[in-house]
Design a protein around this ligand. Structure first.
Ligand code: G4P
Length: 529
């Protein structure tokens, strides 16, 4: 039992979120270097969709291959077990990222010093803010000219609606970048611009007014730093661990991932303050990580990476207890016991079969089609984890079977791709036609391609004018109002894969009119309400 408690306390499972190009891949790589998990730069493949090289959906296939390897990157640092969960930055994959965020205990937000807060950062931070996920901000590319530190901190507060407190502070920037003052550790770290240095030399400066600082960075810079730090202390709240853990305060670090500068400071502070596995809400109760019985949920599925085998890997976040090889666990949705002879754990870019994994960890289970995203596994208790909602897609098309001899294959393919979370399927109530909804337009090509190559089925699409899918909740399903709504809007009603009623509004105007006309009916933009 003692080992169990110790194992829990030393786990940190987090995600790095950013707008593409801010430096997420570079930072991930430097963190792995610190952990000794990889030996050289360039080892972590970017999961970015590169533009121009090949057609976009082929690029997605390539990226899918890479993202199996980078889904979970685990390493040890100072006796802490760190699990980094990969989050795609491309907006067409935003939903993947939202789902992964249900499995993290904290996040690091990377912001480009020149570009400031960008669109994807705003969206992803909003999701974290709503769930009170503890966040640390890393301002990257300090070796380049960018925004002034105060201006940027202001922008972060305004645009991301956060309360920040700098725990490190830059001395100059771009051409003049001299280093950082580490407020957390009270020392100065000088910038040499040598990316090969694994660990930088830090110089202890316990008293900022000492002339040592002047000797190090010159009197002008030293005075400027003293002034700015004093100002910062007046403007920003003092760091408070509880406020950070509750998502009310976000510490900020500055650095340059490419130059491996300011990364050690970030990591050292991270392992001190970031939370071990956190409790999670289920439909019946809140589950504590330290409970002895295992529970966990599926947040990601990777399928058919090898066209010769029907192989799927379901990624489970362990919420409580420990997961053991060859033990029977209850698949709650199917009410069926399953046991797994080769659960994978993840280390840097490898996966290995392990006997035991602990709360906070991710295990990859080979699956023949039992799992879909959001499924819960337990040691027998009947509970379901919530919080993996479907969001209203942005693009909608009818899907048609283009090869009548292959209708079974098409059905199976569509079914499995939806379980994987590639897109959402809606079935129109009045004529049974199937509609696919996706977050990005690229997904339609991906689905067509994968149906053909993995399932031998062919499909065509037909345009459909839908503005939003909204999940319908009636105060009273027997009311005249609800009956009237169902009759009048029958052509716009569909069922999602779970059988929930969905209203496909063709314009914002018609959605508003419908909301006004039927005040006792609620129209939700996510499937969980
Ligand atoms: P992402 O995963 O967030 O999309 O970003 P990634 O790490 O791939 O970084 C995007 C670009 O920014 C890369 O350049 C990378 O080298 C550069 N970069 C990352 N950190 C820093 C930094 O601290 N300073 C500077 N100056 N640049 C940084 P690229 O030219 O797009 O790619 P590459 O060909 O260099 O790999």
């Amino acid at each position: 039992m003692k080992t169990f408690q110790k194992e829990l306390r030393r786990r940190r499972t987090f995600g790095i979120i950013s707008h593409p190009d801010a430096g997420k891949t570079t930072l991930t790589e430097k963190l792995l270097l610190f952990g000794g998990a990889i030996q050289e730069a360039g080892a972590v493949k970017s999961n970015k969709i590169k533009k121009g090289a090949t057609s976009d959906f082929m690029e997605i296939e390539r990226q899918r291959g890479i993202s199996v390897a980078t889904s979970v990157l685990a390493f040890e640092y100072k006796d802490i077990k760190i699990n980094i969960l990969d989050t795609p930055g491309h907006k067409d994959f935003a939903e993947d990222t939202f789902r992964t965020l249900t499995a993290v205990d904290s996040v690091i937000v990377v912001i480009d010093v020149a570009k400031g807060v960008e669109e994807q950062t705003e969206k992803l931070v909003e999701v974290c803010r709503m769930r009170n996920i503890p966040m640390i901000v890393f301002i990257n590319k300090m070796d380049r000219e960018g925004k002034d530190a105060f201006e940027l901190l202001d922008e972060i507060e305004q645009k991301l609606n956060l309360t920040v407190t700098p725990l490190s502070y830059p001395i100059g920037m771009g051409y003049d970048f001299k280093g950082i003052y580490n407020i957390w550790e009270k020392n100065v770290n000088l910038f040499t611009g040598d990316p090969r240095k694994d660990i930088e030399d830090t110089i202890e400066i316990s008293d900022l007014s000492s002339s040592e600082l002047d000797d190090l960075i010159g009197t002008d810079s030293a005075d400027e730093l003293r002034e700015e730090l004093e100002l910062a202390q007046g403007v920003y709240p003092k760091f408070d661990n509880k406020a950070y853990l509750e998502g009310r305060l976000q510490p900020v670090f500055f650095g340059s991932a490419l130059n491996n500068f300011g990364v050690r400071e970030l990591l050292d502070c991270f392992i001190d303050i970031a939370p071990p596995p956190r409790p999670k809400e289920s439909d019946t109760r809140i589950v504590e990580p330290a409970e002895d019985k295992f529970t966990g949920f599926v947040f990601k599925i990777h399928a058919n990476m090898d066209p010769k085998h029907r192989d799927r890997l379901a990624f489970i976040k362990i919420v409580s207890g420990k997961f053991e090889r060859n033990k029977n666990y209850l698949h709650v949705r199917h009410n069926k016991n399953l046991k797994f002879s080769s659960p994978n754990a993840f280390f840097a870019e490898k996966k290995e079969i392990v006997d035991t994994s602990y709360a906070g960890d991710i295990v990859g289970l080979h699956d023949t089609g039992n799992f879909k995203i959001g499924d819960t596994l337990t040691e027998g208790e009947n509970l379901n984890y919530r919080g993996i909602p479907s969001f209203s897609p942005e693009h909608f098309r009818y899907i048609n079977n283009a090869d009548p001899m292959k209708s079974k294959q098409l059905e199976k393919g569509v079914d499995q791709l939806m379980d994987e979370g590639v897109a959402q399927l809606f079935t129109l109530e009045f004529n049974g036609r199937k509609v696919i909804g996706t977050v990005g337009a690229l997904q339609f090509e991906v689905i067509q391609y994968r149906l053909e190559h993995e399932y031998g089925a062919k499909c065509t699409y037909e345009n459909l004018n839908v503005f939003k899918a909204t999940w319908v909740e009636a105060e009273d399903e027997k009311s005249e109002e609800f009956k009237d709504f169902k009759r009048v809007k029958s052509k716009f009603l569909a069922k999602d894969k779970q059988g929930q009623l969905v209203f496909l509004a063709d314009s914002q105007f018609s959605l508003q009119m419908t909301q006004q006309k039927y005040p006792s009916i609620k129209f939700h933009f996510t499937s969980e309400f």
